[in-house]
Design a protein around this ligand. Structure first.
Ligand SMILES: Nc1ncnc2c1ncn2[C@@H]1O[C@H](COP(=O)(O)OP(=O)(O)OP(=O)(O)O)[C@@H](O)[C@H]1O
Ligand SMILES: [Mg+2]
Length: 243
């Protein structure tokens, strides 16, 4: 179980997360919903241990063990990984090297082909370099394939659908379900109702806090009806008044 307990995070005097509490049980599919700038990617970075996102208050616990001070590499060794909202580029590395972490992941060519195929790309991409010659959507798909190559306990997907066309929502749901079958906990940040429907539990974030949580259908319709047409996003005072 991965837990965020009473987390507050300030960057450059800007309070971004505000007494945040979340819990992710093993083997479940979670979604995080919320308007732009409410703190979703910040939560993702914080869970992954990205340096700038160390909380000033609160704790991150993995099966009860405090991992708040562990960095990205140490957390990866504990089985936590992320596909960032803006896919990373590695100039010079081929897709095959990227998928196998330069040989560190013991995987066959067939495994790499299969992962690419599940992410919606054919095996021609194995030879391509993961650089600016790839389109944004292609890089995103390669990153999703790389997630499939690793046996991780917790996978954070920060807007896996951004830059990917409508038809590919099925690809993303499919990948989430494959991970779920392996017993991986998935934490997907999304604005898409269809992805929320394909999950077990949803968190709705506003102003760096959990504003509401529960059944995905309920949270998705709440988000659509209220947050989508909200005229006071991230305004804590108005949010408090409206509750
Ligand atoms: N490294 C940083 N330095 C300064 N401000 C930051 C930093 N990271 C995030 N923020 C600020 O924190 C707030 C939340 O940002 P975050 O990226 O978490 O939003 P988000 O919910 O992921 O939004 P989106 O849906 O647009 O991706 C924003 O106001 C953003 O400008
Ligand atoms: Mg974001």
């Amino acid at each position: 179980m991965l837990e965020l307990k009473n987390i507050s995070l300030t960057i450059d005097e800007n309070k971004i997360l505000n007494n945040l509490n979340m819990r992710f049980d093993e083997g479940k599919r979670y979604v995080i919903l919320g308007n732009n700038g409410t703190g979703k990617s910040t939560i993702a970075n914080l869970m992954m241990g990205v340096k700038k996102y160390h909380p000033q208050e609160g704790k991150i616990l993995l099966n009860g063990k405090d991992i708040t001070d562990l960095g990205v590499y140490e957390r990866a060794k504990l089985g936590i990984t992320i596909a960032f909202q803006n896919s990373v580029r590695f100039e010079g590395i081929t897709t095959f090297d990227y998928l196998t972490l330069g040989g560190k992941v013991k995987a066959s060519l067939e495994d790499a082909k299969k992962a690419l195929e599940l992410a919606g790309l054919n095996s021609d991409y194995l030879k391509r370099r993961v650089d600016s010659s790839l389109s944004g959507g292609e890089r995103k798909r390669i990153e999703l394939a790389s997630i499939l190559m690793l046996e991780m306990k917790y996978v954070i997907l920060d807007e896996p659908d951004s830059g990917i066309d409508m038809m590919s929502l099925e690809t993303i749901s499919n990948i989430i379900n494959i991970l779920n079958k392996r017993g991986t906990t998935t934490i997907t940040i999304t604005h898409r109702e269809e992805i929320a429907q394909n999950s077990d539990y949803a968190y709705l974030i506003c102003a760096g806090r959990v504003f509401n949580e529960g059944a995905p259908e309920k949270m998705a319709s709440y988000y659509k009806e209220l947050c989508d047409r909200c005229d006071h996003p991230n305004d804590l005072l108005k949010i408090a008044e409206s509750r």
